[in-house]
Design a protein around this ligand. Structure first.
Ligand code: E4P
Length: 218
């Protein structure tokens, strides 16, 4: 299972890169706006920190402009995955860029049928948004289960299920249980995954007992 970080904050990515657990990064127009920085600069910097796929989303919604934007973003670095919305034009762009050999991440997926279309369009990644479905009283994880099951029926589908809009470590556990290929999460969720009070308590005891031995391993 791969871990992507869902952020456009370069400092945050640098700090997490040291964990050795980050396989890629996803950004979107809202995250770029929040960073207050130029998208091209941010994407290049992130690509130079993390060698895995870095999703950079187009800003337009019409086919011609999205295709031109996608080609420009893909030309920045070889590890850019161009992110396009799950619309008829977005999927046409997905097919064109995938045929060029560019990784495409199809975003804003909220149904299994949309995920089937993205796989047929050659997407490298499909991004179902679990948190936003949960927010409106639908079961986000059921959608992941459906997509994983459907994709498994068709060996010619090479699209990875990238669980997005993750809000808690439980989403990560559930996605892993279902066999999702990738989870993209805020940095705070990755940090929360390390935490357990019994780990802290147990370590405090071990440290105290070790000190009593007066030994040194080095
Ligand atoms: C995924 O690629 C999106 O950037 C992201 O996961 C959206 O999450 P949100 O619903 O918390 O905005």
């Amino acid at each position: 299972m791969k871990f992507f970080i869902d952020t456009a904050e370069v400092a945050e990515i640098k700090a997490l890169a040291d964990t050795g657990l980050v396989d890629g990064v996803t950004t979107n127009p809202s995250l770029i706006a929040k960073s207050g920085r130029n998208i091209l600069d941010v994407i290049c910097e992130i690509c130079d920190i993390i060698p895995g796929p870095i999703s950079a989303e187009v800003g337009a919604t019409d086919y011609e402009t999205m295709l031109a934007e996608g080609r420009k973003l893909a030309g920045l670095r070889p590890n850019v995955a161009v992110k396009v919305p799950l619309t008829p034009d977005g999927l046409k762009v997905c097919k064109a860029l995938s045929d060029d050999g560019t990784m495409v991440n199809v975003t804003l997926c909220f149904s299994a049928n949309q995920a089937i279309l993205a796989a047929k369009a050659g997407a490298a990644f499909i991004s179902p948004f679990v948190g936003r479905l949960d927010d409106i009283g639908q079961d986000g994880m059921q959608l992941i289960s459906d997509i994983v099951e459907i994709y498994a029926q068709y060996p010619d589908f090479t699209t990875d299920v990238l669980v997005a809009s993750v809000r808690s470590p439980m989403h990560v556990t559930d996605a892993a249980r279902l066999g999702a290929h990738v989870v993209t999460m805020p940095a705070s969720v990755l940090r929360q995954m390390y935490q357990h009070p019994l780990t802290d308590k147990g370590l405090a005891t071990f440290c105290a007992d070790w000190a009593k031995t007066g030994q040194s391993i080095l």
